[in-house]
Design a protein around this ligand. Sequence first.
Ligand SMILES: [Mn+2]
Length: 473
Amino acid sequence: MTADASSGPVPPTSSTNPLAPSRALRDELRARREAFLAKIEGDVAVITAAPVHIRNNDVEHHFRQDSDFFYLTGYDEPDAVAVLSRVHDEHRYVLFVRTRDPERETWDGPRSGADGAKADFDADAAFPIGELGEKLPGYLENARRLHYALGRDPKMDARVLAARDFVRRRQRFGVMWPSTLVDLAETVHPMRLTKSAYEVEDMRAAARATTEGHLAAMEVARPGAYEHEVEAEILRAFRRHGSPRPAYESIVGSGPNATILHYRKNDRLMQDGELLLIDAGAEIAGYAGDVTRTFPINGRFSAPQRRVYEAVLRAQMLAIEAVRPGTTVEAIHQITLRALTESSIALGLIEGPLEKALEEERYKKVYMHRTSHWLGMDVHDVGSYFVFEKDEPSAKSRSARVLEPGMVLTIEPGLYVGARTELTAEAEIYRGIGVRIEDDVLVTASGFEVLTSSIPKDPDEVEAILARRMPRA
Ligand SMILES: [Mn+2]
C-alpha cells in the first residue's frame, strides 16, 4: 500500500497487514469518529494509547489497549496517539504510531507503521510517534478547546501540555490556543455507555465465550480438586472460544472463600459439601463478559445452601425483570435490597421487621455491595450513574440516569455469611455460605435481554448438569 493512499478513494484493506481490521469494523470505527467529531465543534482531541507497564525487571505486563483509544481507532499497539480535529482543513483524523522495524518485529511481532495507519485504519495522515513533539503543536493551533484525558499517563501528559504551551506562546503571531482543557471522558464516555448494534454483537461474543468458561468449570469442579484447576479450565475455554484474555482476574472461591468478595488466590483444595463461587468473564474484541455462578462442589445443595441460593436467585430474577427503558440502576438496586432483606429476615440472618431493617440498612451484614454496574469495554464500564442539569449543574440538580436501549449492565445480588458475621445460634447453619448470581443484561426497546442466559442457574437444572459430569480417572 502506497503512502499517498488516503488522497484517493478509501483504499481496500491491505492484504499484507495482519493487524488490519475488517471492512465492517472500519466502517463502525469511522462512524464512531464522525459521531465524536460532531460533538467537538471548533475543538481538537488528543487520545493516547495505553503505555506498556513493566511487571518486574525486563518483563512487561500483558499489553491491553486503552479503552477510549481502542473505541475510536481500533488500533491495538502501544506508543500511539490519535488526533481528531474540527480545525484542520484536511486532517480530521491523524495517527502517530510506532514505525515499522524488521529487527523489533522479529522479536515482538508485526506493526502497522504509518503507512498501515493510513491504508488500514483510515487515518487522513499518519506519522512516526517520534515526530509527535514537532507536529502536535500545529494540530492544536486555532482550536477552541483541547479534549484530553489528563492524568492517565504522566509521561504523555508532559508531551501534550508542552505542545499546548508552545501554541500559547505563539499567540503573539495571531494564533489562537486551546486555553480550555476538557476531559475526554465528557464526550467519549456517554458514547460508550450506549452500545451500537456492532458493539452488541461483540458483547454477545464475549457472553458466549464466558458461557463456555462457566460450563467448563461445572464439568471439572469436584471434591479433592483445587480451585486453580477450575480456573485453568475456565481460561482454556475462554481462549478456545476466541478470547485473548479474561476481562478481569477470575474469582474461584470454595467454601469460606465464597464469602470473600475479591478472593483471587484460587489455591484451595475443594471439599465435599461446600459451595463454589465463580466470578469470571471473557474479553472479546475489547468487550467484557462478567458472570458469577455458585454451585455445590459435590453436585447437591445442602438444605441451608439451597435456601440461601434460592433467596439470591429470587432477588436476581426480580431485579432482571425490572430492567427496561425509563427505570434506573438505583430503582433496580432498591428492588434487590427489598427482596434480599425479606429473605434474610425469613432465614434468621438479620432481624425484622422489613421496613425497619431496610431503613437501618441491616442487610449490609450479609449484602455489602451494589447490584449493578455498567458493562462494556471496561468490566466496570464508563458512563455516569447520575446526570446533572445542563444549565445549572449542582448536587441538587442531580438525578439518577434513566436506562435506554443499548445500555448493558450486570445484575449481581449475593448473600455472604462470613467468618465474622454476627449470627444467632439458630442461624449458625448458614455460617461460611456465600452465594452470588450475576448476569449481563442488555436494555432493549421493550425491556431486557439476558446476554448470559445459557449459563444454568435454576438449582434443579444445576444439580442435573452436575449429576451428568464425566467421572474423572
Ligand atoms: Mn460484576
